[in-house]
Design a protein around this ligand. Structure first.
Ligand SMILES: [Zn+2]
Ligand SMILES: [Zn+2]
Length: 759
């Protein structure tokens, strides 16, 4: 059996970023290994609209993707999924965690609404990536994965781990043919008010695809940030100002609200009791609260305890009111407003920004990560004026205070480095970061791992641009599992005592060499067997030929029936006699002429020719002769092929064999008749004929009928070498050359076999 060598030797891993490489936004990465393709995330770029916000889908044939894994519900990771599923040739399976799927549904329908309303004034309806119907249709085809469970799709195994960041956010460890890649998605290593920090998967990974949002920056301690946030807000409302916190509707908004609700309770006299209201303005606020309640069990101990103790939803806040839109909002005095979207591109938060930014008492507080090219990023630069989205002609003066206190749940440099070291992957691919921070992170990582440079454990760090392939070669070392009889062979060869169940013994490390079928075990012991590669799971099993069918029932086998037909010009008796000499007794199936003298030889009932002979030779080779046509039929196999070859050789040579002459001479009358009296003369003639065939004109002899008693001599003369052969006694009498003598003796030995008494 042959192994598909091309498949086994294909060991290069490819990473291809369609988005989110050297940028934050439109995350989408392709992994390819051993003919399998995995896609990670399908986001949009928040700074762009319509098709321009998509990852570079045209640069890759999406129909080849087997599995698409969505890390979390943020738009930059999930918002182009309906487009991929409904508007491209993508045919793969899509997975995300349960909470991601639950929140994704609401978020994206809001995304469709916001982008199709055209609240930003220039959003053309034709530019919509997909409709609500697309979203609904594709939604049902999304499959869910539980944290810590592993799913296998045609040999692609993937496991979801907690990533922190936002509710439902997952890291995926993807394993293809033993090669493990960990994709962090967005992740945080800090336990916050409601989420646990990201986990370190228990098994190691060969490749790590890691976010680099904050590059080499280091977060201030959380306690300081919380203090700064509450103080900024407190002082603003005390001076009669309004606070705008642009937030993404879900995720970090809940974290900020937990902080503010607690602070308001603690400062109840000055702030609480409706004196300074906090609003959460989002189309989705109420809907998503139920989702947060449902998944409290996935959050950290603190919040679970609160939920248990109070028997109420910790996300229903005492001091915070929900606003579906601004129509319900009466803007009379100081207030705190959390409003989506977080990047101030359009919608509620943008409307409030334009309304409040001319007043110097007000504060705009950025708490999330601001993507390059968005208003949130722009405003941090404290510009004097802002372009109005509702009135493109106008520039709005900006006098309000702008502050940034990050509660973006992304790792900082120290946390990232610690995690990267814990994972221990030798190949690190940076994604989800602007070029500069990403470049700085790369340098910092390289200098951190500098001592390993040139060693086997060298860490390679990549920061590819979008659509630039990273190709990594992996050594094709494979472990083949020995199964069945071959286990005994291996254990004997290695002198191992066999105790464990058969299958557990012993793993053989095989160094793949495309031109080599042998398998090396420990101590260089060579065992031979058939290496069966399971294309689905990439398992390699080593079995002996006899076990093949037992252990690989699913292998499709082919039985080749061979048939050859030849024309023969001699009697069937003769052929039968030769076959008997060669193979002994044969099964007679049909013998209409009674040649075989077989008692049970049946006659074919419907045969009309009357001379059919059919024999079964050595079990499975069938010879059928009707008139002068001999047909040989057998199932392909080493044994049968050899038998069939021998039968064919007899069929083709039978009429010219000297022995045939003898047997056929009894039944046919021709000029050999007069030799019957002189068996010896016939014998001599056959020997002489053989010598003449070998030596041609160099051989001569004389047959004298008159002196039958005398030995008949033949002579060979080749140049100076001469030999005299006693043909009657079949021996070399004289010869001046040993090589020639040897040659003649071997001819005589063949001849003696040929002319020996036949029965
Ligand atoms: Zn995110
Ligand atoms: Zn992100």
């Amino acid at each position: 059996m042959s192994i598909d060598q091309t498949q086994l030797s294909k060991t290069s891993f490819k990473f291809f970023g369609l988005g989110g490489s050297n940028e934050v936004g439109r995350s989408c990465h392709i992994l390819q290994y051993k003919g399998k393709t995995v896609m990670l995330d399908a986001g949009i770029h928040p700074a762009h609209q319509g098709l321009a916000s998509l990852p570079f889908y045209d640069e890759f044939d999406l129909s080849t993707v087997d599995v698409l894994l969505i890390s979390h519900f943020h738009l930059d990771h999930a918002a182009s999924l309906p487009y991929v599923m409904q508007r491209t040739n993508f045919r793969g399976r899509v997975f995300m965690t349960h909470p991601t799927k639950a929140i994704y549904r609401w978020l994206l329908s809001d995304f469709v609404k916001v982008t199709s309303i055209g609240s930003n004034g220039y959003n053309d309806k034709d530019e919509n990536l997909y409709t609500d119907e697309d979203l609904a249709e594709s939604f049902d085809r999304i499959e869910t994965i539980d944290f810590h469970s592993t799913i296998d799709v045609n040999g692609i195994k993937f496991t979801a781990f907690h990533a922190g960041h936002v509710l439902g956010a997952a890291m995926f460890q993807v394993e293809i043919a033993g090669l493990k890649t960990l994709f962090t998605g967005d992740y945080s290593r800090e336990t916050d008010r409601h989420l646990n920090s990201a986990e370190v998967p228990p098994s190691s990974s060969d490749i790590l695809i890691v976010e680099s949002t904050f590059g080499t920056a280091t977060h201030e301690p959380r306690i300081n940030r919380e203090k700064k946030l509450t103080q900024l807000i407190h002082s603003t409302v005390l001076r009669g100002g309004r606070v705008l916190l642009p937030v993404f509707a879900l995720g970090r908004a809940q974290e900020i609200m937990l902080i503010l609700d607690e602070f308001w309770s603690q400062h109840h006299d000055e702030l609480g009791n409706g004196q300074v209201p906090i609003f959460y303005a989002s189309n989705l606020a109420r809907k998503c609260m139920s989702v947060f309640q449902t998944y409290v069990n996935m959050m950290n101990d603190d919040i679970r305890k609160k939920f248990r103790d109070s028997q109420s939803n910790p996300f229903i806040f005492k001091n915070i009111s929900y606003l579906k839109n601004l129509d319900e909002f009466q803007d009379f005095g100081p207030s705190v407003m959390l409003a989506s979207p977080g990047m101030l591109q359009n919608g509620l938060s943008r409307d409030l920004l334009e309304k409040w930014c001319p007043d110097e008492k007000n504060l705009v507080l950025i708490t999330g990560y601001s993507v390059e090219g968005t208003m949130a990023k722009y405003i941090i630069l404290e510009p004097d004026t802002l372009p109005s989205i509702n009135n493109p002609e106008a520039n709005i003066p900006r006098r309000c205070q702008i502050e940034e206190v990050s509660f973006a749940a992304h790792v900082d440099f120290r946390e990232n480095l610690d995690f990267i070291e814990k994972i221990g992957a030798k190949n690190v691919i940076l994604v989800h970061g602007e070029s500069n921070p990403m470049g700085r992170l790369k340098s910092a990582l390289l200098s951190n791992f500098a001592s390993l440079k040139g060693t086997e454990d060298e860490v390679h760090v990549f920061n590819p641009r979008n659509c630039v392939v990273v190709e990594l070669e992996f050594k094709g070392i494979k472990v083949a599992k020995a199964m069945g009889n071959i286990v005994d062979e291996v254990t004997t060869a290695l002198g191992i005592q066999k105790e464990a169940p058969e299958n557990a013994l012993p793993a053989i490390e095989e160094v793949l060499k495309p031109d080599h079928d042998n398998v090396r075990g420990v101590d260089e012991t060579v065992v031979s067997g058939i290496l069966v590669s399971d294309e689905k799971n990439f398992d390699l099993n080593l079995v002996s030929l006899s076990d093949l069918r037992d252990y690989h029932m699913d292998l499709s086998t082919t039985v080749l029936r061979e048939r050859q037909t030849v024309y023969i010009d001699c009697k069937k008796e003769l052929i039968y006699w030769h076959l008997c000499q060669m193979f002994g007794d044969m099964e007679v199936i049909i013998d209409e002429e009674g040649i075989t003298h077989s008692k049970e030889a049946p006659s074919k009932a419907n045969s009309t020719s009357g001379d059919e002979l059919e024999l079964k030779i050595m079990g499975d080779v069938k010879l059928n002769i009707i008139k002068n046509i001999a047909t040989l039929e057998w199932s392909q196999g080493i044994m049968n092929d050899t038998v069939a070859d021998s039968v064919m050789a007899i069929l083709l040579s039978v009429d010219s064999s000297p022995a045939s002459v003898k047997i056929s001479s009894r039944s046919c009358s021709h000029d050999h008749d007069h030799l019957h009296d002189h068996e010896d003369v016939w014998k001599i003639k056959q020997v002489a004929r053989l010598c003449a065939e070998q030596f041609g004109e160099c051989f001569s002899y004389k047959l004298s009928d008159s002196e039958p008693a005398a030995d008949i001599m033949g002579h060979v003369t080749i140049g100076k070498n001469k030999a005299s052969i006693n043909l009657s006694q079949m021996k070399v009498e004289e010869c001046n050359s040993n090589p020639l003598k040897g040659r003649i003796e071997s001819i005589l030995s063949i001849a003696s076999d040929l002319v020996a008494p036949l029965c």
